[in-house]
Design a binder for this molecule. Structure first.
Ligand SMILES: *Cc1c(COP(=O)(O)O)cnc(C)c1O
Length: 381
């Protein structure tokens, strides 16, 4: 196997992400076909590190009907970038931020009377209508009102003239588990809660429950709209609930060798002298560090690809640099491409592999990628 050692290091970058928007578009189309209903592309947390704006534009062109964000400020950034799809803020919007959110046509999540009244007041002052989605807690115990409180809450909303009830939703605690029992219980609680709607109310609202895992594994959860996030990027909701095999991974993370040196026995390496060579050791210095989102862990818990080999790190990772053992790869040289997540030749490291080594989930690995890591979009939306 031959691996081009420095295939296309982009000028001016020492660590960067290559993000295949064609993969995102493909995954959006596949999710929509799979769900057979409307799709809200959940692009919170900067599109789980992939870049919320390019991902949102791509999703919109690939047929997404809605965009979902965690916070109002994320929705405002999408509006400022010219996104015109309906946007739902899935999390808490402080009353002080409601006017700006409503002025930007963001739909808000509501689950308490004081919030409903605050959003109503803000809308009234603006001469607008607040479009609200009521969140029902069916077992996540995070945001949401009790199912039994829904009828009274709907009455309260109906009495507020500057409010429109646009949706009712819930969120699953473990739809990514191999055992669907609790997700099914949550779904049953949701179905029971919304059974109080009159036919006219039912026809006027969007009911939605499904994150990626439920969209894939729990067809009854799809209702009027599905809300996938992680699967947009071709990342698996869990080891048990995986994207269909034809989904495409969007993200590759690369860096470059800046220097190669040989340690003599007894030489120490880096901060804390955390590695001391017992024998002659070839070390490549690589231009990526913990400030890029590459977790500072015992070095055997991080690996990278270099000239097609998976190689362990050495010593202690620095803020902007780290050390790779290239004793097995004598040809390693400054300028060589290093892959942290992605493929190189026949070798591959997935975000899931990295998550497993770090003791976390793929969601945290990509959403923790630092802003200074340049995003390079390899296929136009
Ligand atoms: C994050 C989130 C989603 C998307 O979840 P994924 O597991 O990334 O598909 C959907 N709905 C809500 C309320 C969320 O917070």
């Amino acid at each position: 196997m031959s691996v081009s050692p420095s295939s296309g290091t982009p000028a001016g970058h020492s660590t960067w992400l290559e993000i295949d928007l064609g993969a995102v578009a493909h995954n959006v189309r596949r999710l929509k076909a799979l769900a057979g209903t409307r799709l809200m592309a959940v692009v919170k947390a900067n599109g789980a590190g992939h870049g919320a704006i390019p991902v949102a534009r791509t999703a919109a062109q690939a047929g997404a009907d809605w965009l979902g964000v965690a916070r109002a400020e994320e929705g405002l950034a999408l509006r400022a970038a010219g996104l015109t799809l309906p946007i739902l803020v899935l999390g808490y919007t402080p009353p002080a931020d409601a006017a700006a959110a409503l002025a930007a046509d963001l739909s808000l999540t509501v689950y308490a009377a004081d919030l409903a009244q605050a959003y109503h007041a803000a809308a009234h002052t603006l001469g607008r209508t607040a479009r609200l989605h009521v969140k029902v807690d069916t077992g996540m115990s995070r945001l949401g009102l009790a199912p039994a409180d829904l009828p009274a809450f709907l009455e309260l909303l109906a009495a507020l003239p500057a409010v429109t009830l646009e949706g009712i939703f819930t969120h699953f605690a473990n739809a990514d588990d191999a055992d669907p029992a609790f997700a099914e219980l949550q779904l049953a609680r949701f179905a029971q809660a919304v059974a109080v709607l009159t036919p006219a109310q039912r026809a006027a609202v969007l009911l939605h429950t499904a994150n990626s895992a439920a969209t894939i594994a729990l067809p009854a959860s799809r209702y009027d709209l599905v809300r996938p996030g992680i699967s947009l990027y071709g990342l698996h909701p869990s080891g048990e609930v995986r994207c269909p095999p034809d989904f495409r991974v969007a993200l590759t993370w690369k860096s470059v060798v800046s220097h190669v040196r040989t340690l003599a026995p007894g030489d120490s390496l880096g901060y804390g002298r955390a590695f001391i060579a017992e024998r002659e050791t070839r070390v490549a210095v690589v231009a990526v560090g913990y400030a890029d989102g590459w977790r500072r862990l015992p070095p055997q818990r991080n690996r990278v690809l270099l000239r097609g080999h998976a190689l362990p790190l050495l010593g202690r990772e620095c803020m902007d640099q780290c050390f790779v053992d290239v004793s097995r790869v004598p040809a390693a040289a400054p300028g060589d491409e290093v892959v942290l997540i992605g493929r190189q030749g026949d070798a591959q490291i997935s975000a899931e592999d990295v998550a497993q080594r770090w003791g976390t989930i793929n969601y945290e690995v990509t959403s923790g990628l630092a802003e200074r890591v340049t995003r390079i979009y390899t296929s136009a939306p």
